[in-house]
Ligand binder design. Structure first.
Ligand SMILES: [Cu+2]
Length: 308
């Protein structure tokens, strides 16, 4: 309701000529902008034309894990490296705080890049090519993509996603031929995957402690433990794993501080119920709940045990 009522019959009155002209111009501007909205997909360089599909975060994480397991050719700083075939479906997962896997692509070949997030909204920012978009959990964002220049690109996260945000840097290397791999130190990638890597809930009781530890190291890298836990004795976001096994750890449980011995059971509990016993000094940062199978927990324990 307005304070002053309009003159009766105002609606029937003729529109003034200049008013009609401005309505017409505004209409033309709207049509013009609308046409350009569509045109940018054809002639523009900034709008990636993508397709999105619904996917749950656990489904996508499973896809990613299976994809990496199958195609990994080595590790780079704890991130698996994949060299996909041209025209294949490539999985790239954002999670706190890593982009996985690192990709080696061929120049002038097409790839179907599937991008999604395992946890919260991250930002995909390809530098120095300067391509930016948001990466949402629960959406499989499919981008048909052809690299047109060789070189190394970094994927930065440009959506603040927590304490480790600035460490979230991924890598895409575009090569002309395999001879270029040496330039990026990717010519002698060693697969740290142990020959007898256990799959699903196999019987792993026959594996030696060394094999278990190797499998555990892979989980440590693949599941993102390395983002928060270092193995060189320095505490980052979480406590270091070095010399952890067998030590006495001060923990607080229900606001009561006590000392416990770090053994298999304690480690298993730390992974399955991270919020129950919290290491003193790390109350502010929370460990994410990560779904590891019983075998994977055993392997991680063996790995932590091996870090003297
Ligand atoms: Cu992020």
């Amino acid at each position: 309701m307005s304070l002053i009522a309009p003159r009766p019959g105002w609606f029937q009155q003729k529109i003034a000529k200049d008013e009609r002209m401005w309505i017409f111009i505004a209409f033309l501007v709207c049509v013009f902008l609308f046409i350009w909205m569509i045109m940018w997909h054809v002639v523009g360089h900034q709008n990636p034309s993508n397709t999105t599909y619904k996917v749950t975060t656990t489904e996508f994480a499973k896809l990613h894990d299976a994809y990496v397991k199958k195609n990994m050719i080595g590790m780079d700083n704890g991130i698996p490296v994949v060299k996909p075939e041209p025209n294949s479906d490539v999985i790239l997962m954002a999670q706190m705080w890593r982009w996985s896997p690192a990709l080696i692509l061929k120049k002038d070949e097409w790839y179907n890049l599937h991008i999604s997030s395992k946890d919260l909204v991250h930002g995909f920012s390809l530098q120095p090519a300067n391509m930016n978009f948001q990466v949402y959990p629960s959406y499989d964002y499919v981008l048909k993509f052809k690299p047109t220049a060789t070189g190394e690109c970094k994927i930065l996260c440009n959506e603040y996603c927590g304490i480790g945000h600035h460490t979230m840097i991924g890598k895409i290397v575009v090569i002309e031929s395999d001879a270029d791999l040496a330039k990026y130190g990717y010519d002698k990638l060693s697969t740290t995957r142990p020959g007898s890597a256990p799959v699903a809930e196999e019987d792993i009781s026959g594996l030696s402690e060394v094999d278990l530890a190797k499998a555990g190291e892979q989980i440590y890298n693949m599941k993102g433990c390395s983002a928060c836990h270092k193995t060189d004795g320095t505490s980052q976001i979480g406590p270091s794993f070095k010399g952890l096994y067998g030590s006495k750890q001060k923990i607080s449980e229900d606001n009561k501080v006590s000392e416990v011995e770090v053994n298999d059971e304690y480690i298993a509990n730390s992974i399955t119920t991270p919020q129950k016993q919290i290491v003193v000094g790390f109350e502010k940062t929370q460990m994410a709940k990560l779904d590891l199978s019983g075998n994977e927990i055993k392997e991680v324990c063996a790995y932590i045990k091996s870090l003297k």
